[in-house]
Write a protein that binds this ligand. Sequence first.
Ligand SMILES: O=c1ccn([C@@H]2O[C@H](COP(=O)(O)OP(=O)(O)O[C@H]3OC[C@@H](O)[C@H](O)[C@H]3O)[C@@H](O)[C@H]2O)c(=O)[nH]1
Length: 310
Amino acid sequence: MKNQKSLNHRRHDEDNLPQSTAYSPKPHKPWNWLRPLEYVMREQRIVFILVGMLLATVFFVWQPDFVSPDHGAYAIASSSAHLRNPIVVYRPSSRHLGSAAALDLKVPLGLNRIPKRVVVTGGAGFVGSHLVDRLIERGDSVIVVDNFFTGRKENVMHHFGNPRFELIRHDVVEPILLEVDQIYHLACPASPVHYKFNPVKTIKTNVVGTLNMLGLAKRVGARFLLTSTSEVYGDPLEHPQREEYWGNVNPIGVRSCYDEGKRTAETLTMDYHRGASVEVRIARIFNTYGPRMCIDDGRVVSNFVAQVRT
Ligand SMILES: O=c1ccn([C@@H]2O[C@H](COP(=O)(O)OP(=O)(O)O[C@H]3OC[C@@H](O)[C@H](O)[C@H]3O)[C@@H](O)[C@H]2O)c(=O)[nH]1
């Protein structure tokens, strides 16, 4: 009875307490289960940041393919609409060519979004102007360096007015200093008609011009691509030519200015790679045809076309 009384007494007292000191159980927080996370974020912030960075890295390395399945075997955006903000990566979509066929990109997709500053020597020429088109569509800023020995302004006029395009009339046998990320070196007369016209200039462009562009690549830390040619195999004794084949070239013939010029350009490219750690690529381009080729440049395909038309 006494206990009951004291309990009633206490309850009565509690009723008279001012509201502020009245006992009330902690309000139930529906988010109580977040308490451990709050502790981690407050006390173990470094651990929390490291875990976040690890998750982001795993995501970017293994992120799903950007390519939508209906692009066919290659994710090549065919219209400018696709390329307003180009993040298209050119590789076989694994769905169509099997997972083994998908190229292993060395750079996580996310980094490909950073537009590059690119110089294209010979960019007003046949091959070079198409390369300029792709680079502009990809979102890069492009500087064309060309002396218009065989190139034409018409090949690049459609880029005039684009703030990401610049054209410099310059002969690569003279040094040039440009702050760029990539160098595509195509400056050289490619057709026999043109390089036989001035063989000394042709080999000078291939040797001194390539030397200047490699020196620029080393100086600014740019990646360098040399467009070489199937002519480095000369009059090949092996068909088809494997990349490792050294060729069969006449060093004193009327075509040697081009054949030996390009071979020397390849030698210089590899020497800068081995000796100065310049990142290089060499592309040996065989007979090419398409829009903007010169119909009278004496190359085999243009000769075929010219003969058919007459
Ligand atoms: O000294 C020179 C010679 C040539 N050039 C330029 O280099 C460009 C060469 O373009 P061309 O249309 O003559 O030749 P192509 O585009 O067909 O071949 C070019 O790219 C592929 C390479 O394998 C060839 O060696 C390269 O000449 C021209 O715009 C020409 O004006 C220079 O800028 N400097």
